[in-house]
Structures are given as structure tokens and as C-alpha cells.
Design a binder for this molecule. Structure first.
Ligand code: NAD
Length: 353
């Protein structure tokens, strides 16, 4: 993790206006992406990082040495104000979220993330923060454009006319607008990435909030363990998605945050390698060295029929796009989940979701 094949640290080639003693605040750091982002900036040499999450500290996926780690609910205004005190940059990745099983069932929880986003951006503006990052989602796109597995890849302008995913997607869209208007009216520099299915180690792999790659890896591990090779797939397995490996996501966040041409401009951060869920399962089978007996639960939440990331815009601005092959990223994720699974079986406490 966090090192390229050449042994160079991830992101070492990116130019940033910040100094290593500037205070960086990372919200949602007990979770998957922000936890990895905390490790990423720490490994780049940043000495003042404040990591925040609502979860109690023992439940965080990662504990990064030397980082000020606070357990606070950022939907409360006073906590948001405390969180950003003295910050030069704020990375807001805190949200009540999960895979399709979560976001289709708990729309109110998803919508209430607007409290985190409104409080944190206002606090950041008042504190004179220099740059503010917001993690939006492909769920903000018009769902009418995603009605078939062959749907064309989504480009940034496809969010409007708006018909976002109910609950979660609409919240992302309105919070994007907050970012755009804080820049337009108040001059707070904001950066917005629309993530497309990020996956990798140190993320949710059990408990109901996990996403497809982690869920498939865990199911394959359970099948190997139990000898029962039956696996239930949500939907008909023909639905298509692209999945973006965490290392690409971290580098993408860093590049997007430090590019003036992307101020207040939502940009896709995703892979353009499209696969069906059936293909993803075959990949996991091959990695696990197992053959699974598939059954399909057509009533389970499955989301839109097809979704891919059009990377024309990000490539044109940054000369970069996520490129980790899915096979490599899933192998790494499988290896990590198998390790966590074994630790849990041996009676050790592990974070799952
Ligand atoms: P995650 O659930 O692992 O992390 C989010 C963290 O936010 C959790 O640890 C949670 O405890 C914390 N949180 C929730 N409410 C909070 C509150 N009131 N105060 C403080 N912390 C709070 O999810 P993730 O996958 O790391 O996602 C990070 C961000 O990226 C989220 O905004 C999410 O919507 C967005 N995103 C993720 C994906 C993906 O594929 N993982 C895709 C699109 C968008």
C-alpha cells in the first residue's frame, strides 16, 4: 500500500502549495477512504494531521502514529467548528453511507449527511481554510441514463437535468452545490470529486455496509472455509460497474485538490474498466482458487443497471486517470480481507464496518 512498484511513495510527484507543517483536517478518518488518506499524507511527511470520525477510536480501520485522532460527531455545529480550527486544508469524507443494501434502505440517514456538509463547510469558511475537498458520488448522476447494462459512460454534465439516486445521490448533489456557491459567493476554494465505487484494503467487508468487491471476496472466503460453495448474487449479475482501486483514489484526491482548473468543478474519480457483476465474481473465483455455485436474488437491492466513468475530462485537465487493473486491485483486497477474516476467527477484534 501507498508505494509504487518503483518504490517511490504514492503521490511523491505531485506539486502542492502546502508546507509539511500546515494543518490538514481529514473528516471520516475512521472509515475506509479517509483512513487511507490519513496514512497517505502521513507517509508523505505531513506532520500536523487532525483525523476525525464519529466512531469510537477502537473501531477505526487505521490508527496512524502522530496523528491527532478525535472521535466527534460532525453533524453538530460546535464540533465542526472545533474540527477545523487552524486548518489550512479540509478533506471532508464523512458521510453515513454503505453499499446498495444500505443506501436503498436508509435514505433518511443518507440525507442527514447534509448536516455534516453544511456545518463543516461553513466552519471551514469562517476559519479561513485555504482549500476544502468534498467527496461526492456517481450516485449524483441522472439515473435515467443508467437504465441498461450497456449504458454509456457518465460524463460530468450528466448530473443535470437532475434525477439522482433517491436519498444518497440527492444529498451529494445539493452538497456539491454548497461547494460551488461557497466559492462563487464567498471565495472559499472548494474541490469536488465524484467517486465511482472505490474499493481496496482497510474498508468495510462485513456487516451490511460493504460494497460488491469486498462482499464477493468475503463470500468466497466463507465458501472456502465452510465447504459450502453456494453464493447468492444480488440482481441478475448482468448489471455493470467500474471499480476504482484505493491507491488511484488517493492520488486523484490529491491531484484534484491541488489543481486550480478544478476549483468548484465536479470531476469523475473512477476507473473506466467496465465489468458485469458476474465477471467480478469470476475474477474473485480465480483469485480464491474456488468454483462457486451462483444463485441470483432478483429482489435484492441492485442499484442502476449500468454505470461507468467517462474520464475524458479528468484526463484532459490532469493528464492522468485511475489505471490500476481491476484484477490486481481485487487480488490485493482479497488478500487483506482473508487476513482480517482469519484474525477474527482466531478471536481478535477487527474493524469490519
Ligand atoms: P466509510 O463509511 O468507510 O467512511 C465514512 C466515515 O464517515 C465513517 O467512518 C463514518 O463513521 C463517518 N461518519 C459518518 N457520520 C459522521 C459524523 N456525523 N461525524 C463524523 N464522522 C461521521 O465510507 P467511505 O467509502 O470511506 O466513503 C468516504 C466518502 O466517499 C463518503 O462521503 C462517501 O459518500 C464517498 N463515496 C464513497 C464511495 C465508495 O465507493 N466507497 C463512492 C462514492 C462516494
Amino acid at each position: 500500500m501507498n508505494s509504487s512498484a518503483a518504490g517511490q511513495h504514492l503521490g511523491a510527484d505531485i506539486a502542492r502549495p502546502t508546507g509539511l507543517d500546515d494543518l490538514i483536517v481529514i473528516a471520516g478518518a475512521g472509515g475506509f477512504i479517509a483512513g487511507n488518506l490519513t496514512r497517505y499524507f502521513h507517509d508523505l511527511g505531513y506532520r500536523r494531521i487532525r483525523a476525525i470520525d464519529r466512531k469510537p477510536l477502537p473501531e477505526w480501520y487505521q490508527h496512524v502514529p502522530g496523528v491527532e485522532s478525535l472521535s466527534m460527531d460532525l453533524s453538530k455545529e460546535a464540533n465542526a467548528v472545533r474540527a477545523v480550527e487552524g486548518a489550512v486544508e479540509v478533506y471532508n469524507l464523512a458521510a453515513d453511507m454503505g453499499g446498495m443494501g444500505f443506501i436503498e434502505r436508509f435514505r433518511v440517514e443518507c440525507l442527514r449527511s447534509v448536516l455534516i456538509n453544511t456545518n463543516l463547510i461553513e466552519a471551514a469558511y469562517r476559519a479561513g481554510v485555504q482549500r476544502y475537498f468534498f467527496s461526492s458520488s456517481a450516485c449524483a448522476y441522472n439515473t435515467d441514463l443508467q437504465a441498461s447494462p450497456e449504458a454509456r459512460a457518465l460524463k460530468e454534465s450528466d448530473a443535470y437535468p437532475a434525477m439522482a439516486e433517491r436519498g444518497y445521490g440527492w444529498e451529494k448533489l445539493i452538497s456539491e452545490m454548497f461547494c460551488q456557491e461557497y466559492w462563487a459567493e464567498r471565495g472559499l476554494e472548494t474541490h469536488i470529486a465524484r467517486f465511482h465505487n472505490i474499493y481496496g484494503p482497510f474498508g468495510t467487508w462485513d456487516g451490511g455496509r460493504e460494497k460488491a468487491p469486498a462482499a464477493m471476496c468475503r463470500k468466497a472466503i466463507e465458501a472456502k472455509e465452510s465447504g459450502d460453495h453456494r453464493i447468492t448474487i444480488w440482481g441478475d449479475g448482468l448489471q455493470t460497474r467500474s471499480f476504482c482501486y484505493i491507491d488511484d483514489c488517493l492520488v486523484g484526491i490529491d491531484r484534484i485538490m491541488h489543481t486550480d482548473a478544478l476549483i468548484a468543478t465536479p470531476v469523475n474519480l473512477g476507473s473506466s474498466e467496465l465489468v458485469s457483476i458476474n465477471e467480478l465474481v469470476s475474477m474473485v473465483e480465480e483469485i480464491a482458487g474456488i468454483s462457486l455455485e451462483r444463485t441470483y436474488d432478483l429482489d435484492a437491492p441492485k442499484g442502476v443497471a449500468g454505470r461507468n466513468s467517462d474520464n475524458t475530462f479528468i484526463e484532459s485537465v490532469l493528464g492522468w486517470e485511475p489505471r490500476t487493473p481491476l484484477r490486481d486491485g481485487v487480488a490485493e483486497t482479497y488478500r487483506w480481507i482473508a487476513g482480517e477474516y482469519a484474525k477474527r476467527r482466531a478471536g481478535h477484534a477487527v474493524a469490519v464496518g
